[in-house]
Design a protein around this ligand. Structure first.
Ligand SMILES: C[S@@+](CC[C@H](N)C(=O)[O-])C[C@H]1O[C@@H](n2cnc3c(N)ncnc32)[C@H](O)[C@@H]1O
Length: 210
């Protein structure tokens, strides 16, 4: 059975990480995050939501004149992201707010695109978060998720991923979640999934709302 931790546990943990998150995870997870932006439509003036924006490691990758809304459960992360946004001069607007990804405070079909990097495996109810992503994106809009996703075939690798999960969830993410399947089961139409990061441990998963 999957081990779950509460949103308040994650909020405290990631607030604790916030001063040094970029120095550690920022670099390690950087290649997948950067590459994900190759899949984003470059049209200016899109309204885009980034879920679990952390310290704002992606802000510089958005096309010029994007209307970006970034949310995170951690106030400390949002403070870091705001500091970063204040230093950028891309003509974009950055509206950065504390919010739970499982309860998005936006109307249905509000965003042209929704992105989320390394978040689905940190939330206590990934299905609910995927349903919320689907609800707020426009029909035909882009959904881009960067994440580790548990191996779909049973074998040594998936067994190791399952064994590691109770340990890794305490340090901020789980390893036993088949993210692609959860997205599909939530109603997201998966378009492609490409491997990324060191040892191909990550995936860039693109999808849409039909
Ligand atoms: C592994 S970090 C990823 C940060 C950033 N997206 C990146 O690319 O490095 C996970 C982020 O998700 C946030 N988070 C965890 N649970 C959340 C939730 N329920 N709602 C919103 N954000 C959440 C954490 O505070 C943290 O900033």
């Amino acid at each position: 059975m999957r081990v779950r931790v509460s949103p308040s546990y994650m909020e405290k943990l990631y607030s604790f990480y916030s001063p040094f998150y970029d120095a550690i995870f920022g670099q390690l997870l950087g290649p997948g995050r950067r590459r994900a932006f190759q899949y984003l439509d470059r049209r200016p003036r899109q309204r885009i939501l980034e879920i679990g924006i952390g310290p704002g490691s992606t802000l510089e990758f958005y096309p010029p004149r994007t209307e970006l809304v970034g949310i995170d459960i951690s106030q400390a992360m949002i403070d870091k992201a705001r500091e970063k946004a204040a230093r950028l001069n891309s003509g974009s607007t950055f509206d950065l707010r504390v919010m739970d990804a499982g309860r998005l405070e936006f109307p249905d079909s509000y965003f042209d695109a929704v992105l989320s990097a390394y978040v689905i495996t940190t939330v206590s109810d990934p299905r609910q978060v995927c349903r919320e992503i689907l609800r707020v994106v426009k029909p035909g809009g882009q959904i881009i998720v960067v994440n580790h996703s548990r191996c779909q075939k049973s074998g040594h690798l998936s067994r190791i991923e399952d064994l590691m999960a109770p340990i890794f969830v305490r340090i901020g993410f789980t390893t036993d979640l088949d993210v692609i399947r959860v997205m599909e089961e939530s109603g997201i139409k998966i378009l492609q999934s490409v491997r990324c990061n060191l040892l191909n441990t990550g995936r860039i998963i693109t999808g849409t709302k039909q």
